[in-house]
Structures are given as structure tokens and as C-alpha cells.
Ligand binder design. Structure first.
Ligand code: NAD
Ligand code: TYD
Length: 356
């Protein structure tokens, strides 16, 4: 099958962590392809992540809600969109525990609007070919015991309001493919790390707290396991699925890189001891075990055998290289961290886009 090479894509949530890394990867790799970034700019959306592409004449930013059907419909038609790559979401498990409603609104209802407008656009015949790609998570599969892996056929068994909302949206995507034939794809990736990740997620939070010599909160016994993938590998995997996969398929994405949380925290402590000129072992003194997260999934581990076998994708980053680069990025970009934490980065939007 020839590769699908879109000429115009709608990226939702492109100002967030993974979406902005994806755009920064995709635009130079696909010159001439129009990229429209639809993002409502929640606390997690930061246009400063995109300074490298914002002057590219093929790039357009639109501040808006994926749940705004009129806006989505207009953008799909006006830009003759051939692919929707859907990153926009509420993405943090802890926030979904304290306030689940916005997770259902954005992740479930917002996805439904995107699907419905995509269906109308595709069925109108406005474009010759079309793909809808849902960026999902391994968290929809629930929690593993000490052994085994998530496969694409593993039943969905989400445990947090976040993962339940992602599972709900995945099922809507499946339904639009089965019912209407919408050429849709789903990717389910393990935990990402890398530049531009909001410092509420484990790795950037721990790096920031070490730099600032604040306590390092480790939930429960610290033995929960996550499977970490560099965000650039994730971006390449999504591009591969978009271009090479048969519509209707699901692909797991992961790096075969399992770590207990406490081991990651200790590693970050030790790597930052030397970089910050502190005594060996000093940062470990900041580790503080705190009350566990309710419903805390014990272990995630993904089998990415299908994407390797069928599409030839595998990660290129070793964890050693990826984590060293990530630490160095956060050390070199302390202002970025301060601005997203304080919210002052929002002024950049007003300056660049005049509040439109
Ligand atoms: P993020 O929270 O950093 O970014 C989400 C982006 O979506 C933000 O820019 C935000 O402004 C935007 N957004 C939120 N609501 C919106 C709305 N109603 N309309 C338009 N834009 C809206 O999230 P992330 O970590 O970059 O995750 C991106 C996607 O990847 C999510 O769908 C998430 O479920 C999935 N995912 C994340 C991980 C991970 O480790 N972070 C792993 C696998 C899958
Ligand atoms: P997180 O980055 O929130 O990702 P997710 O919950 O989607 O996997 O958390 C990663 C792991 O780290 C998870 O097991 C919860 C744990 N964790 C802590 O121990 N302390 C923290 O401060 C945070 C944010 C997470």
C-alpha cells in the first residue's frame, strides 16, 4: 500500500507537551504540508513551545475549543484538511480525581464533536483522502500485575476518571469507524518524557523540585511501574501510523523501558547531584513518601510488537540518552518552567496574536 501523505492536517492540542513536540518534528519533516493547530490554551497549552515554527507560512494557530462544532467544521472545509491528529485533552490523572467533569467534557464530548465534523467533512467528498488519528494512552487497559504486557487486544479496564474518559473516546472512534466507515486510527502510548512537559507530571516535577531543593513527593511505596518513552519517538511513531497504517487499526507505542517510580526519582537525584555541584547522595535526602493516589494503577507495560512488525517503527532513543537530554533541557530552560508554573507565559499569546 502506498503511503498516505496528507497536504493539510489539523492538529488539536498542538500547544501542549506532545502536540507541540509533534508539530516541531512534523513540519520540518514534511515541508509544504499545511499544519493547523487548534488549541484552547488551558494551563497546559503554551505557544512558546512553538517558536520554531510560528513564522512558517504553512503553520496556522487557531485558539479555540475542539467542542465548538461550527469552528471545527469551518476549519476542516476552509483548510481542506486531509488528516485530523487529535492530541487535545485533559491529561493529568491527579486533576481527574479532584475534578473529573472537565475530563468528560473535553476528552469524551470534545472527541465526539471532532469525529462528527470529520465524518461530515469526509463524506462531503471535499477531500480525496482522509484520516482521523486518535492519540490515546496505555492507561485505558487498566493495571497489570508483576508480569505480562498490554496488547492491542487487551480489554479496556480504565481505573481513573482520566483513563475512563480516554477509553470512552477510543470507543467512540471505534464506533465511527465501524458504523460510518470513518478512516480512523488509534494509537496507545506509554508514559512520555522530554522537553516542554508541564511540571505536574512525575519527571519534570521531580527535576524542578530537585533544582529548587523542595521535597520530592513519591506516592505510596514508590514501587508502581511505568514504561517510559521519549516524546520524539512518540512523534515519529504517530507519523508512521498516520502514513502507513490501514484505517480501523489500533497500535500500541512503547519503549520497553519499565521503571519503578522510586528508581526514576533516585536516578534523577543522582544525575542532578553532579550537574548542580552537590555532594553525591545529597538530593536523595529530598525524597518524601506521601499518601498514595486513590486507585493508583500498579504497573503499565506495553507490547509494541505490532507497530514494529507491521510498520517497522521502533524507538531510537536509549533511556540513558533521553533522560540526560531531558535533564539538561530543564536546566537550560528554567525560565520556561517558571513561566508555565506562574502562568505568565499567557502574555505571549496576547503579544503574538493580539488576544484573537
Ligand atoms: P497536555 O496536557 O500537555 O496538552 C493538552 C493540550 O490540549 C493543551 O495544549 C491544551 O490547551 C489542549 N486542550 C485541552 N482542552 C482543549 C479543548 N477543549 N480544545 C482545544 N484544545 C484543548 O497533554 P499531553 O501530555 O501533551 O498529551 C497529549 C495527548 O496524548 C492526550 O490526548 C493524552 O491523553 C495523550 N497521551 C499522553 C501521554 C503522556 O505521557 N503525557 C501518554 C500517552 C498518551
Ligand atoms: P504521572 O506523571 O502523573 O503519570 P501517570 O499517572 O499518567 O502515569 O505519574 C507517573 C507515576 O509517578 C505514577 O505512578 C504516579 C507517580 N507520581 C508520584 O509518585 N509523585 C508525583 O508527584 C507524581 C506527579 C506522580
Amino acid at each position: 500500500m502506498a503511503d498516505f501523505v496528507p497536504r493539510s492536517v489539523l492538529v488539536t492540542g498542538g500547544a501542549g507537551f506532545i502536540g507541540s513536540n509533534f508539530i516541531n518534528h512534523f513540519m520540518p519533516a514534511n515541508p509544504g504540508c499545511r499544519v493547523v493547530n487548534l488549541d484552547i490554551l488551558t494551563y497546559a497549552g503554551n505557544l512558546k513551545n512553538l517558536v520554531g515554527v510560528e513564522r512558517n507560512s504553512d503553520y496556522r494557530f487557531v485558539k479555540g475549543d475542539i467542542g465548538d462544532a461550527d469552528l471545527v467544521s469551518r476549519l476542516l472545509a476552509e483548510e481542506r484538511i486531509e488528516a485530523v491528529i487529535h492530541f487535545a485533552a485533559e491529561s493529568h490523572v491527579d486533576r481527574s480525581i479532584t475534578g473529573p467533569e472537565i475530563f468528560v467534557r473535553t476528552n469524551v464530548l470534545g472527541t465526539q464533536v471532532l469525529l462528527e465534523e470529520s465524518r461530515k467533512h469526509w463524506q462531503s467528498g471535499a477531500v480525496e483522502c482522509f484520516r482521523y488519528l486518535q492519540v490515546s494512552t496505555d492507561e485505558v487497559y487498566g493495571s497489570l500485575g508483576e508480569t505480562g504486557y498490554f496488547h492491542e487486544e487487551t480489554p479496556l479496564a480504565a481505573n481513573s476518571p482520566y483513563s475512563a474518559s480516554k477509553a470512552g473516546s477510543d470507543l467512540l472512534v471505534r464506533a465511527y469507524h465501524e458504523t460510518f466507515g470513518l478512516p480512523a486510527l488509534i494509537t496507545r502510548c506509554s508514559n512520555n518524557y522530554g522537553p516542554y512537559q508541564f511540571p505536574e507530571k512525575l519527571i519534570p516535577l521531580i527535576i524542578r523540585n530537585i533544582i529548587e531543593q523542595r521535597p520530592l513527593p513519591v506516592y505510596g511505596d514508590g514501587k508502581n511501574v511505568r514504561d517510559w518513552l521519549h516524546v520524539k519517538d512518540h512523534s515519529e511513531a504517530i507519523e508512521t501510523v498516520l502514513k502507513k497504517a490501514k484505517p480501523g487499526e489500533v497500535f500500541n507505542i512503547g519503549g520497553n523501558n519499565e521503571w519503578q517510580n522510586i528508581a526514576i526519582v533516585q536516578l534523577l537525584c543522582d544525575m542532578l547531584d553532579s550537574r548542580l555541584g552537590r555532594a553525591a547522595g545529597e538530593n536523595r535526602g529530598l525524597i518524601t513518601f506521601v499518601t498514595d493516589r486513590p486507585g493508583h494503577d500498579r504497573r503499565y507495560a506495553i507490547s509494541a510488537a505490532k507497530i514494529k512488525r507491521e510498520l517497522g517503527w521502533e524507538p531510537s532513543y536509549t533511556f540513558e540518552r533521553g533522560i540526560a537530554e531531558t535533564i539538561d533541557w530543564y536546566l537550560a530552560n528554567r525560565q520556561w518552567v517558571d513561566e508555565v508554573t506562574s502562568g505568565s507565559y499567557r502574555e505571549y499569546y496576547e503579544q503574538q496574536y493580539g488576544g484573537r
